[in-house]
Write a protein that binds this ligand. Sequence first.
Ligand SMILES: Cc1cc2nc3c(=O)[nH]c(=O)nc-3n(C[C@H](O)[C@H](O)[C@H](O)COP(=O)(O)O)c2cc1C
Length: 169
Amino acid sequence: MEFYEVIRKRSSIRKYQEKPVEEEKLQRILEAARLAPSAANRQPWHFIVVKDPKVKEELKAAYRREWFYTAPVIICACGDPSAAWVRADSVSYLDVDVAIAMEHLILAAAAEGLGTCWIGAFDEQAAKRALCVPDHIKVVAMTPLGYPAEGKRERRRRFLEEIVHYDRW
Ligand SMILES: Cc1cc2nc3c(=O)[nH]c(=O)nc-3n(C[C@H](O)[C@H](O)[C@H](O)COP(=O)(O)O)c2cc1C
């Protein structure tokens, strides 16, 4: 699929078919995340691929929406603060790096005809308990992954004139 078509096709999917995700597709999607850029090339990310119904059940303590569990796969993107690059003013690029990798993954999924939905509104401590994430690791985002059972809902975007500044703000 052409790159700009992938960008246009992607949308947040909140209903999935039971059909499993082919392993080759899953590996290509994870590879897309692996190739993402990161500050100082630190690659401070880890991905947990959840398929086991028992683990999914435990994850409900972190995110309760039923639709989320209609997907055959859930991917949890984590970051290791000790691996991330930190700017001179102490700002860590952990979240930025993990978010870029996650977006690579999400666009790759769209290119494969698969749906995803960024999830940020979860209980991080409950997610860490359910997925046995070490204390020092941060859970940044989650997404379901699977074949969509609903179409794209057009969400309004701000116009370029509202958001782009030339030369100065
Ligand atoms: C960082 C981030 C966090 C989000 N968290 C949630 C969430 O917790 N629950 C949810 O249903 N959607 C979540 N979304 C999806 C947004 O609601 C969605 O991307 C936005 O409304 C635009 O719709 P679209 O993705 O279909 O274009 C999140 C998106 C982003 C980028």
